[in-house]
Design a protein around this ligand. Structure first.
Ligand code: ATP
Ligand code: MG
Length: 456
């Protein structure tokens, strides 16, 4: 219906528009799909109904539809509408306008945020008005702004993958598919909409998204979608570090971290995210610790536990830190200053690729520094280390190092026991430690020369 209207309008536009792939509207009625209202969160339904009531079109789109069709619980719900961001904002007091590159509205219900986007328009890039402030690309084809609005069909073909461009209409319970997304879902394929080369250049993050969905859904990346990735991977260096930081978290905290890591390496996508790590690995540094950490993280997520970004980054940068730490010691730096220098250097380099907010880089440093303190337990040291706010994370990190074969097992078990026993037993453990390892070395105090009076 609306589609025919669009085609009529299109026919009237001089030159028409190039369609990258046959676009055909298909409506899948209620009895031929498994999306039911009970799987959609109350807030998402509220937003859909209120938009509809106010006379706007509104559809569930993206991961919300995709995951329900696959029989899994969506992580969050995205809504597409023909209301402008300002109109959406006016309709919901609990909403805020965000973004510049893409203006969108967040409607906030406690901890749940419903993302509402206005239908994007302007499917082809060659309408080419460079002064057009609402849609701009740079000399690499990178999309700087995309705030031209359109209709549902145009919106569909501006989305990334066919499986992410399915719409659910809560008025008649149909699923609407313009790009063959249902077929790709059935064939378990990640397929970019349009010309892959152009779409990756517009937004290189789509390469990371392809990998993320392939790992999470256990789908294949369709050959044409896969083909340009290795070559275009370096384009990710044009993406602002803060956005890449967010993407790294999404990549590694979805519960399929190890698989994601393998795919990133396979497609040359790890290098733009962790250049120093990849350099260290290429020079023979092992990645077993990264794998072990990601395996642990995946297991934690499967148990519904949280993962902390600083632990992830501590692991992902460990090979780079090890290499730099060793290099400095080989150059004659003592162990401790070598470590501190290496930490600063590795972080300094990393934040040029992905930002690391201070609230994460601080604890990450502490995890690393504590690795040197964990073996030194004599006297009051064990208690001091135990009461360090980052002890738990550092201890977990130590276990990962042991399990990955980087260091001999033993110390981890000692700390496991030390935490489990009462204070008396702890004292005994420390005494045993001293007797088995000999008395704690007494530091020889260097006598400071007595200060001379300033005027002598
Ligand atoms: P998730 O389960 O991670 O939320 P999602 O598919 O919903 O997956 P979002 O990041 O929430 O991903 O984005 C919502 C939708 O917006 C996507 O499904 C896709 O249609 C569209 N989208 C997101 N990022 C891009 C992009 N970089 N280029 C084109 N379309 C995008
Ligand atoms: Mg989503």
């Amino acid at each position: 219906m609306a589609n025919r209207f669009v085609d009529t309008i299109r026919a009237l536009i001089p030159g028409g528009r190039k369609k990258p792939r046959a676009v055909q509207r298909r409506e899948i009625p209620r009895d031929q799909h498994n999306v039911s209202r009970s799987m959609i969160s109350e807030p998402a339904k509220k937003v859909l109904h209120r938009l509809n009531k106010a006379g706007y079109e509104a559809y569930l789109v993206g991961g919300g539809v995709r995951d329900i069709l696959l029989g899994t619980q969506p992580k969050d719900f995205d809504i597409a509408t023909d209301a402008t961001p300002e109109e959406v904002h006016d309709l919901f007091r609990n909403s805020r306008l965000i973004g510049r590159r893409f203006r969108i509205v967040h409607v906030v219900f406690g901890r749940e945020v419903i993302e509402v986007t206005t239908f994007r328009g302007n499917a082809s890039d060659d309408d080419g008005d460079p002064s057009d402030d609402e849609r701009r690309t740079n000399e690499h084809g990178l999309l700087l702004r995309d705030n031209v609005y359109g209709n549902q069909e145009e919106d569909a073909i501006r989305r990334d993958f066919t499986i992410n461009a399915l719409y659910y209409c809560i008025r008649d319970f149909t699923v609407i598919d313009y790009t063959g997304g249902v077929e790709d879902l059935n064939n378990r394929q990640i397929r970019l909409i349009g010309d892959p080369d152009t779409r990756y250049r517009e937004d290189p993050v789509r390469m990371l998204r392809a990998v993320r969905f392939a790992a999470k859904l256990d789908f294949d990346i369709e050959p044409d979608t896969e083909a340009p990735i290795r070559e275009l991977a370096p384009l990710l260096t044009h993406i602002p570090p803060a956005r890449l930081f967010d993407e790294v978290l999404k990549l590694f905290s979805a519960g399929f971290g190890e698989k994601t890591y393998d795919l990133l390496r396979h497609y040359n996508l790890l290098a733009p995210l962790f250049p120093e790590t990849v350099r260290a690995l290429d020079n023979g540094e092992p990645d077993e610790l990264i794998r072990q950490a990601l395996r642990n993280t995946d297991a934690r997520i499967a148990q519904g536990k949280s993962v902390t970004p600083y632990f992830l980054f501590a692991a992902l940068l460990w090979p780079a830190l090890q290499a730099e730490w060793r290099r400095r010691q080989d150059n004659g730096d003592p162990v401790q200053p070598a470590l501190h220098g290496a930490i600063e250097k590795v972080i300094g380099r990393q934040i040029q690729a992905t930002a690391i907010p201070k609230r994460f880089s601080g604890p990450m440093k502490e995890i690393w520094e504590l690795q040197m303190r964990l073996p030194r337990r004599q006297g009051k040291r064990a208690f001091a280390t135990l009461s360090h706010p980052r002890f738990r994370a550092a201890y977990d990190f130590l276990l990962v190092r042991e399990n990955s074969g980087e260091i001999e097992p033993g110390l981890g078990q000692w700390w496991t026991d030390f935490q489990a026993v009462d204070e008396r037993r702890q004292e005994q453990m420390l005494t045993q430690l001293s007797s088995s390892e000999g008395p704690a070395k007494k530091r020889r105090r260097k006598r400071r020369p007595a200060k001379r009076p300033a005027d002598s």
